[in-house]
Design a protein around this ligand. Sequence first.
Ligand code: T6T
Length: 317
Amino acid sequence: AAGALLAGCGGQVGQNDNSGNGATPANKNLELVLGVKNEPFYISLQCGAQAAAKAAGYTINTQAPDQFDPTLQGPIVTALGAKKPAGLLIAPTDDKTMAPQMKQIKDSGTKVVEVDTALQDTSIAASSISSDNTKGGELAAQTMAKLTSGKTGSVLVLDTKAGTSTTAARAKGFEEELKKVAPNLKSAGIQFTDNEPSVAAQKVTAAISSTPDLIGVFATNLNSGEGAATGLRSGGKVGQVQLVGFDASPSEVEGLKSGAFQALIAQDPGTIGKAGVEQAIAAIEGKSVQRNISAPLIALTKDDMTTKSEFFYKTKC
Ligand code: T6T
């Protein structure tokens, strides 16, 4: 079963002779490729994955590109082909352009599991583990409706990069739900931030000048949220423009405490990493695999600062 302790000797790099018949595999090496380095969401995911791999007697090695960019992540996956890991857990940085590299390693016998983001092509990964991002966007819209309590005004959405499956689903879920729960609010559109806090800050300061009735901002991830908070600070709009962020990095949690954010939709990256390892091992050992797993989400407000701190992201394991 997923997460069970497995008996037997350690794996050997360079072998990919797992029989898939339920016997203890010779190759117990996993690789984890994250979306970007030094980022609390991915660090928390890595912590969950490492603990699960250790419990199961597998090794796991982690790599990530310096930027959230498929042209930097693709070569990491290609180079892994030579190591022939038994399993690859990956957060693809583009839902289309990462497909060829992921297909190549799958075709050479490595079991591929998507963690967090996913490809449009569902034939490559054995399993995908992600938050229900559409629901996360809907939850953000319901939260925005409560925060603005029937007032009129415009709401800006900050997405990251086109081709990011998770943030696209959050933005769409938000826009559709907002129409239903807050018909008094107008959409000021969706802007892309390139997953750079400085771009997010600029987009928010620009919206403050171009949209005088700006009442809210939904930032679909950590970097866009941190940047949006900076933009509201420099535009003198903290507390006047409601900011609902996604994720719960130390800086975002600090912003919730100080009043720059009114709410955060927090994910459970540790659970995503753990489930990713469990599914990869099930695939490697020929056991039954769950194709899609949805991880929990929660809306955090200032009142949750002490009671829900287990949802805050880590910067080390
Ligand atoms: O929001 C997470 C992740 O779920 C998303 O796919 C990309 O951005 C984050 O890593 C936060 O920076």
